[in-house]
Design a protein around this ligand. Sequence first.
Ligand SMILES: [Zn+2]
Length: 368
Amino acid sequence: MSSAERLPAGAQWLAGPPPRASRFGEPARFREGLYRISPRCLAWMVPNGSWGETNIGLVEAEGASALVDTCWDLNYTQEMLAACAPVLERAPVELVVNTHADGDHCWGNQLFPGRPIHATHACIHQMHHMNPRALQALKLGGRVLRHLPLAGLDRFGHYMSGMFAPYDFAPVRITSPDQGFSGERVLDLRGLQLRLIEVGPGHTDGDAIVHVPDERVAYAGDILFTGVTPVMWAGPVESLVAGLKRLQALDVDIIVPGHGPLAAPADVQDVIDYWDHAQEALHRCLLQGMAPDAAARSVVLGAEFRRRPWAAWDSPERMVTNAYTLYRHWGARLPSLPGQLGVMDLMRRQAALAFALPQATPRGMHAF
Ligand SMILES: [Zn+2]
């Protein structure tokens, strides 16, 4: 589908690289670059919204601007800033907001020294849950593991080295937000109101959205993906869905999802439907005594799933992580590893399902 067909009314592409494939070599489903989405709101959109292909928000008002999120590494943050230069020259970044603590939304923070960075207290508490050096080591180690046909390590190595290949985490130094809030905070950007609304826990412990009422725009962070399978690291799902319904009820024309093309409020329903289906289908599996891996596999490979729009979404194997999070909240006793090791164990399990889905995108991560 061309970007012109997908663009909501009022959105206009301004600047960016020449058309190119996604970072994972997929044909781009929308045009990469900086879009104006209202008189004072912009968005840096990255096709196709897969791993680290994060959308960034930019709001400008009277000679100053606010950035909503930074990229997964310094190179991509600098590339984004270079494309935004015409705006930033007249309206330098005065403050930053992080929607949550996943690295692909905040590991470019160190490029904004001296600027206040706002986030929920729960987000700040989670800022060090992943370590850039460990991911860099895994990026390199994954290239070795992929040649070890033992206990699925080859698939895990292939999956992780493919996920991290576009990124350079070596120079990243985690820079925590210094302006914590809980509930809601209203920022005044030279007379323009930015409402920061805590909606977590759900995707992570500390999710927030940014609503710019005068511009009829919202930046959703990762509670909303479009055309990309959502992931729930934290849960509970009730809180995540409540956040989506809150987003849906805002009086806005355009929503910038954390990943995937620009959305309208009507697009939020597809994601709510995904969570309804995931809960219903996985709970049936739980009652049959199935482990979360097997449950996720049976749901994603099932006829009902394949009839629905999300069958075509990027990275369907994320159902594994979603199954683990749901099972945990349903009180299932699951073996679990602490912190970063636990996330890597989920990725190993996701890789196993990804290889059962060779047609799913990004294809390079789903097949040798
Ligand atoms: Zn995230």
